[in-house]
Design a protein around this ligand. Sequence first.
Ligand code: ZN
Length: 490
Amino acid sequence: MSNEQMDSFDPFQQAKVEKDQMREARENGSKNNYGGGRTYEEFEYLGLNPDEKKVFRIVSNPVKLNGESLTEKDSRLVMTSQILTDEGKGMCHINWPWKIKNGKFIADPDWFLTRVMNTVFGGTWQPLTEKDVDGVKIVKAADGKIFNAQSKFKSTNKFVVNNPNTPSYKRLKNNKKPSGTFPVDVMPSPQVIMQVIDRMDNWSVVNKTYKILATKANVVEYPNPDGTIKKVVYKDTGISFSMYEKILDHFLNFRKDWYIDCVIKRYKSTSGWTFEIQDAQDFKKLSPEIQKVISEEPLTEEEKSYKFNDLSKLDQISTFNKIKKNLEKLIRQVDIDYNENFLAELETLCTTEKKKFEELYGKENVENGNVDMEEEVQEDVAVTAPVVEVKVEAKVEVPARASREVQAPVETNLEAELVKYFPNWSKLDATDVKVMLADVDKIVPDKGIVYKSGVVTIPCDNKDCVFPGTTIRASFPDKVYNCACCGKKF
Ligand SMILES: [Zn+2]
């Protein structure tokens, strides 16, 4: 077990059990706390942007679904969605309280906003008729049976919304930001927020803080009328729960935890968005650039000392005051369209909530806005075309992995080259280093290390051990006792 695993109980074993059982209906009471604000620029993200291989180390524990209290090290599960605000200038992030039902995460059906949405999207299942047949999705069999050929169980029914012609239904079906092309679902999906060290830049090294892993994170620059540039960061809350499950599966297939570096590339396949995952043990299959930065070593003391981000700011259930501030007109419209009384209920909930905040944080702090009950919504400024989309990453110089581990100052060019070249140079003791510096002639791409004439070398004990970027069995002077390639002791 790796060093960073300090708790006596095994969170991975637990995650496996929870994943496998997943999933008797259980409510996670500890998640359903209210309050607090979200500040958008507070966190640094590693975005799994399309077609880019990202190398990182997960430092968070898995999510807990058993209601146990959370620590800063635990990944968080949030049910989240984005809804266009009344003003129509930005998307309002809503975190929903959730439950597990039949192995799926669902929005708490008793929560205010869930009931509003269920009213708008309510309907009944009705039998398919001749009118529905399109020959592709809905087909008619020889025996006259009409069914949905694309549904798993060849359903003969369709869901018919009670009233799809109301303004509120239309608004919610066309839920997209002003610059958006496609509407997004107003109902939430499960996302996992976990923290990582990005191996592709040295942000964590410099800032002594972990990053947050997200499906997407892009900085977009827009021109201001005065000629200056406005930067907006667009990012997802975290990664989808299904991606989280696949990552967990990947690691638990061959080890007890996920504490080695992993490589993920997200891409669009013919069947939709997918991703491939590799890890530090696939070393030989990785490109030289990735080999340089990837590690299967336990975290260094330095890396262990980095700060975890305060995820409680990201996983709190959205406040009623936030809902009212951004969606009051929508709620009013739902009342009109469906003859309900939701807005009055929301106002009562807001008053109660405000009192609770005042008790918790002091009346003054609530009045003067020190405690943010409403959470600022980031306006979508993409009404005009962006100047440029900047990748969040790739701004900082990529350090070679070995150079992060080496302790002695690098003195010669040869040593600097060897430090960069060997993935496990740090395993060498002082004598090994001295012998290597004396005996190595040069590094030849495709051939590995060429030693000076007369040097007696012995291949590494590990028969799979090759010089980086080659298929040549690694060999070392007979006075060297540790393998700089695979790290094995001779
Ligand atoms: Zn070796």
